[in-house]
Design a protein around this ligand. Structure first.
Ligand SMILES: Nc1ncnc2c1ncn2[C@@H]1O[C@H](COP(=O)(O)OP(=O)(O)OP(=O)(O)O)[C@@H](O)[C@H]1O
Ligand SMILES: [Mg+2]
Length: 303
């Protein structure tokens, strides 16, 4: 099957700033594809190139089998797109705005719009300008999903959503994915996409540094955990865990750097009276640092 998105040598320069340096990306049809990278990495630029809102400096992007440069209108009609900073007409109500878009796009089942609004607990009768940031984001999400597009391109979709709405969003992504849609979503937080994505690509300074499946990434990602024990820290037990790359002890708390799955660690410490475990968000840049204790293991390549 052809890829839902295929970019080839895609490059974008804004005067002196090279935002994207020759990106070759393939998003398989039906995938939930997480596009990760720190601020300024070039995620939004990639998305705007994919949706025909920006012209590449060089290279090509093909979306749903269409060359974006020659078919921008058709691409925009067929893709469900949520921009990073969603803006809509503030004087229209949610319903007025969505009806307007539905008329432009065609093929929208209004009862699906109402279902989406209900699921996101969004009042369609309110003027968009009076909505909170999170509720405005929900209008953006509804417009992206409402025409049941084959491809969703979502730029930091959960920005401003509370945890319950984030969970609802992830459920919806799962549903449309099972129904056959491809979902491309950007984020700067690994934990946000790892629950829903099957593949992730990591971008840094306009360069794709890695594409991996979630299990591959989980096995490599470096995490920081603080484990507090009811008694003395069993330092030797911790050091004996293959996945523990670093141990620092302060009072009854062990500050650990974990490379890979935490399963063995959890089993090893279970008999020692664990009082608390504090986990820190995995830093994407640390994914590539290669914290390895065993010399026979190759550090992960920084492409
Ligand atoms: N219109 C523009 N004019 C000039 N520079 C731009 C423009 N748009 C983006 N850039 C630059 O391109 C680089 C990539 O920006 P981009 O918005 O794609 O990053 P991002 O990964 O989406 O970041 P964030 O996580 O902050 O949203 C940045 O250095 C940014 O300053
Ligand atoms: Mg962005």
């Amino acid at each position: 099957m052809e890829a839902a998105v295929r970019t080839s040598g895609l490059r974008k320069a804004f005067r002196a700033t090279v935002a994207l340096q020759g990106l070759d990306l393939v998003v398989p049809t039906g995938a939930v594809f997480g596009y990760l990278g720190p601020n300024g990495a070039g995620k939004t630029t990639t998305i705007r190139l994919m949706t025909g809102l920006l012209r590449p400096t060089s290279g090509t992007a093909e979306v749903l089998g269409l060359d974006v440069a020659t078919h921008p209108d058709e691409v925009q009609r067929r893709v469900g797109y949520l921009p990073g900073r969603f803006v809509a007409y503030p004087d229209l109500t949610g319903a007025e705005y969505l009806r307007y878009l539905a008329a432009l796009r065609g093929g929208v089942d209004w009862s699906w719009v109402e279902q989406l609004a209900e699921r996101f607990d969004l009042d369609l009768g309110r003027r968009i300008g009076t909505l909170s940031h999170g509720n405005r984001q929900k209008v953006g999400l509804v417009q992206a999903f409402m025409h049941r597009p084959d491809l969703l391109v979502l730029d930091e979709p959960t920005t401003g959503l509370d945890p319950i709405m984030q969970a609802e969003f992830l459920t919806l992504v799962g549903e449309v994915s099972r129904a056959g849609a491809t979902v491309f979503l950007s984020s700067h937080i690994l934990s946000e996409v790892e629950a829903v994505a099957d593949t992730v690509a990591i971008l840094r300074a306009g360069v794709l540094v890695r594409t991996a499946t979630i299990p591959e990434l989980r096995a490599q990602v470096v995490r920081r955990w603080d484990v507090t024990f009811t008694d003395e820290v069993p330092v030797e037990v911790l050091r004996a865990c293959a996945q523990v790359a670093e141990v620092r002890v302060r009072d009854r708390t062990a500050h650990l750097v974990l490379a890979g799955s935490a399963e063995a660690l959890l089993r090893a410490v279970a008999p020692y009276g664990v009082e608390n475990i504090e986990t820190h968000e995995a830093d994407l840049t640390e994914v590539f640092l290669g914290y390895y204790r065993h010399e026979e293991e190759e550090p992960w390549p920084v492409a």
